[in-house]
Ligand binder design. Sequence first.
Ligand SMILES: [Fe+2]
Length: 298
Amino acid sequence: MEQPPPSRLITRRRLITAGGGLLVGGTAGLSYAAYIEPAVRLVVTDYHLTPPGWPDDFPLTIAVVSDVHAGGPNMPLARIEAMVDLVNSLNADLIVHLGDHEATHPFITEHVPPDAWAGALKRLAAPLGFYSILGNHDWWFNRDAVRAAVLRAGIPILENDALHLEKDGRKFWLGGIGDQIAYYIAPYTFRGVDDLPGTIAKMTTDDPAILLIHEPDIFVRVPTRISLTLAGHTHGGQINIKGLPNPFVPSQYGDRFRYGHIVEEGRHMIVSGGLGTSKVPVRFGVPPEIVMVTLGRH
Ligand SMILES: [Fe+2]
């Protein structure tokens, strides 16, 4: 696959890892985690795979944007605009956003209004379209305004819904489910608006299927009918130091679904490290990323 040209914004993951390792500890490490990695770094992480159920002779590229969490210090409007330009330069067949549009932490230095970040995201353009789902932060904070801004920008929200898309005469399903922890009930207790069986029931032909989810935990229930599941939410733990356990992964399965390409019993899921931050505007060892998925033989 043709790679994006080097630019001020693109750094390959191996360079980040090497650079980050040298900075562990001390003031330099803290400065890197607060000012450099979350606010300057932006990587494109490539995955090439042909999971079960996906035809080898059906090439499809998907640019995955996740957890934008619009708001300074690390995701001001200018950075979102630059991210959009980068994603568009990848020339993917399809672009998706996996939820969590706004920053909600208490350290926001630049408030980006819903219509501003939605106006930037609406520039994401691909032949098969750009689709979004909503994440837990979209439900927990500013719920109505977030949904309204996304829809006003003309960005479809896949919420327990599936679309039958077509590329060069080949059809496939793109499904998205509602958020699994949309309503807070009590500590560690939530009520979701997800309907996995109902979403899959809308895939009424045998064509291959891709599923968009925000939290990866429901992957344990995703059937083999789905060739590839795309998830966000974890931010890769936001702080990830090789060899050390990460207590910040927001998943009941801990490190199991923290990040990356996960294969279990022949089922495939890619968990994006996302772009923005939650709780604190800090990242270390998990730079903001765009995921570029290439399915089938190219
Ligand atoms: Fe998030």
